[in-house]
Design a binder for this molecule. Structure first.
Ligand code: SF4
Length: 255
């Protein structure tokens, strides 16, 4: 799905802050960044970032700061479909329309909100927007994925992270899913991710010929019944080392 971008990646975080809505949120990195890790708070008031307009900012020579063809990783310090951001999202869609020479990728735990917040010209989706639906366990997968596969979206991926148990998703895969990504949880209190769960998701993807990515091990990684503690700086590299990605191009940045 990513052949149309030129292998340059930019982060765009139009707003910051979120509220916890499901088990995968327990140790959310948005909170960690705020040094609130371990706090019992269940929400950080969403606020606009000063770089809200980043994708449409130009240099002095009038060229775009973010070059044409870039992949713009969108809203990774919040959830793009967060209720509190409803008042800003119309303008964010507008930015995506303006930069239709770039690809925007956001993922969400609030996919059920999408129909009510789409822009009027969305149609069956913008060509340059990839939406990832995240699920951390079977319950969330069975709650969110049936909704996800029925929505008008041009490019969809499933993100199984932080993976908290085995997940069976085969029945959702033949519905325009372009990629499945799975990974463990980071942080001091991370829950265990078992390699067998990862391998089983890969097996399901291969059976349906859907690209699969193992994007990070997480901090507590179980393999063959043995628990490994993996440093944050190595979690992506260790996953890559496993060499189990399936049909994934070299050009995609793991998140
Ligand atoms: S929805 Fe995402 S960003 Fe929001 S609290 Fe949960 S994990 Fe964090």
């Amino acid at each position: 799905m990513r052949s149309h971008h030129n292998n340059t990646f930019f982060d765009w975080n139009p707003w910051h802050g979120c509220s916890k809505i499901s088990p995968g949120c327990a140790h959310c990195y948005v909170y960690r960044q705020d040094k609130m890790y371990g706090s019992t708070k269940s929400s950080i008031k969403a606020s606009l970032n000063k770089d809200f307009s980043l994708p449409i900012q130009r240099r002095r020579d009038k060229s775009w700061k973010i070059p044409p063809g870039a992949m713009i990783m969108t809203c990774f310090t919040s959830d793009f479909l967060l209720e509190e951001a409803d008042r800003w999202r119309e303008e964010a869609w507008e930015i995506m329309r303006t930069r239709n020479d770039c690809t925007f990728y956001f993922f969400t735990k609030r996919i059920g909100r999408l129909p009510s917040v789409l822009p009027s010209d969305w149609g069956d989706g913008y060509d340059n927007v990839i939406i990832g639906c995240t699920a951390e366990n079977q319950e969330m997968a069975d709650m969110r994925l049936p909704i996800f596969i029925d929505l008008p979206i041009k490019h969809r991926s499933i993100v199984l992270a932080p993976l908290l148990g085995p997940v069976e998703i085969e029945k959702y895969l033949d519905h325009g899913i372009e990629e499945v990504s799975a990974g463990g949880e980071s942080g001091a209190d991370a829950r265990i991710c078992d390699y067998d769960w990862i391998l089983d998701i890969r097996r399901q993807c291969m059976a349906h010929d859907i690209p699969f990515r193992f994007h990070q091990t997480g901090a507590r990684f179980m393999k063959d019944g043995r628990l490994y503690m993996i440093k944050r700086s190595l979690q992506h590299a260790q996953a890559a080392k496993a060499g189990i990605n399936y049909r994934i191009g070299e050009d995609m940045k793991p998140f």
